[in-house]
Design a protein around this ligand. Structure first.
Ligand code: HEC
Length: 149
């Protein structure tokens, strides 16, 4: 009985799991996952800034590091032909005005790197980097992300 279960698990591993990983590697899905992580990290810090959770220096630095890492490679997930599919919210402007998009992304990365380097040690220090960093979200989304209707 145990052997059968193991065998079944091995079969699922061979036939079911591998295609799932391949599908997850589509750039539309990868970049949506990346932005979800950015959203999660931002949300964790927003709670601290709003006083809904206690300031935690390690958690804040981890969140800022996540954002900096995402910003560093996010631009690789927009190859030609990935402008549609997988319910992408990426706006056509990314491909018609790539330089503008890259500039927004570079500013985002710069602010995220500066925030990581600052390593906020108290709530005021976090607030000082959180404001400028999160201005990048709307500044990019308003042109380069389609609104959900
Ligand atoms: C340089 C541009 C840019 C910046 C800066 C940016 N985003 Fe995004 N974001 C996008 C694009 C483009 C999408 C849509 C990607 C897609 O659907 O293919 C997106 C999607 C999202 C999503 C939806 C993810 C999903 O599919 O579920 C969230 C949440 C998000 N962004 C949060 C943030 C937050 C929070 C910040 C700031 C800390 C931020 N973004 C900064 C470009 C940006």
């Amino acid at each position: 009985m145990k052997l059968r279960i193991l065998f079944a698990a091995a079969l699922i591993g061979a036939t079911g799991f591998a295609p799932a990983i391949a599908a997850a590697a589509e750039p539309q899905e990868v970049r949506q996952e990346m932005m979800k992580k950015v959203g999660g990290a931002t949300g964790a810090m927003a709670k601290m800034v709003k006083g809904e959770s206690d300031f935690d220096a390690a958690a804040a630095l981890a969140a800022l590091t996540t954002i900096a890492e995402m910003a560093a490679t996010y631009g690789e997930q927009f190859p030609e032909g990935s402008d549609t599919g997988f319910e992408t919210e990426a706006a056509p402007a990314i491909w018609t005005d790539r330089a503008g998009f890259d500039a927004k992304l570079a500013k985002f990365k710069q602010d995220a790197d500066a925030a990581v380097a600052a390593a906020p040690a108290d709530l005021d220090a976090l607030k000082a980097v959180f404001g400028p960093l999160t201005q990048n979200c709307g500044a990019c989304h308003e042109t380069y992300r389609l609104k959900n209707s």
